[in-house]
Design a protein around this ligand. Structure first.
Ligand code: AMP
Length: 285
């Protein structure tokens, strides 16, 4: 199976890590400017391409599958099958103007010039808003354009907002939100469903595991078991295992990483002892 992955940029490192975690690492073959490589297990031929071009590679069948930002799939209007969304490369496509600009809303951009790397996304958005603008397509560094008089506003990716801040820009609208995703050629998806499913389950499982923890704790009475079971969140229902000492139990569950800090004191109050928190490699419900 041929997979296209980004050859540089913000998605490059996390994509290599994802392949490595899924057992498709490339060893030394992934660096040094090489445009193709093979996974060490021999299962994947890896093509390194511009993230923006990957939907095209996949649509045409040059690659069977690809990992890229979903924003690129939308920008290219590619006919591909989206197998799953992943946990990295999160961003929004935003409209921004200089902080000192009198423009406060997207409607006020009528007749103005907008610099962007994503002309299709921008054109469609402004048409839907009924705002006539002039689009200026740039290959990158759009954040510079308003400060040198090249444009009145930009449409670009925003992740943390640090680049907007560094260039004295203010966000006035969000067009869409995006993350990285696994896409497949439509024909290839029909021809090799088992291999596609293998990749999807691996990547999705790895993504999901990053936002969850495995929680283990003990209780030393039936009453504590009842209170802890009522407190602890879980995927289905918590695992309860009797300990060697009669009337004592181990309780295991999977909890969301973002609720862990608030949950621990509640569990202690409910009678939990010896709380252990473990990271997981994959979670497949
Ligand atoms: P930030 O300063 O974290 O808001 O990142 C913004 C800069 O990183 C901009 O130059 C964006 O073009 C780029 N960027 C951020 N996230 C992504 C993404 N998911 N895909 C492509 N470029 C991105």
């Amino acid at each position: 199976m041929r997979i296209a992955i980004p050859n540089k940029g913000i998605l490059y490192e996390p994509t290599l890590r994802m392949l490595e975690d899924a057992g498709f690492g490339m060893g030394s073959g992934s660096s040094g400017g090489s445009l193709s490589s093979k996974s060490k297990n021999g299962k994947l031929s890896v093509l390194f391409a511009r993230a923006q071009d990957i939907p095209l590679y996949v649509e045409t069948g040059a690659a069977d599958v690809g990992l890229t930002g979903y924003d690129n799939v939308l920008e290219r209007k590619s006919r591909v099958k989206t197998l799953c969304m992943l946990d990295y490369g999160g961003c929004r496509i935003a409209v921004a103007v200089p902080k000192l600009s009198a423009i406060k809303s997207v409607a006020q951009l009528a007749g103005k010039r907008i610099a962007t790397k994503m002309p299709n996304t921008a054109r469609e958005y402004f048409a839907k808003q009924g705002v006539k603008v002039e689009l200026l397509e740039l290959a990158g560094a759009t954040e510079l354009a308003p400060n040198i008089g090249l444009a009145d506003a930009i449409v670009d990716h925003v992740s943390t907002g640090a680049t907007l801040e560094a260039n004295n820009l203010r966000e006035i609208g969000t067009i869409l939100t995006s993350t990285s995703c696994l896409i497949a050629n439509e024909e290839a998806a029909k021809k090799m469903p088992a291999q596609m499913n293998e990749l999807q389950l691996a990547f999705e499982g790895i993504s999901r595991a990053k936002s969850l923890y495995y929680l283990m704790l003990n209780v030393t009475s039936e009453a504590a078991l009842r209170d802890v079971s009522a407190t602890i969140p879980c995927m289905e229902s918590p695992t309860v295992l009797p300990l060697a000492k009669k009337g004592e139990y181990a309780v295991h569950s999977v909890v969301r990483a973002d609720e862990l800090t608030a949950l621990v004191p509640r569990l202690k109050n409910a009678g939990a002892r010896d709380i252990l928190v473990l990271s997981m490699k994959r979670v497949i419900p």
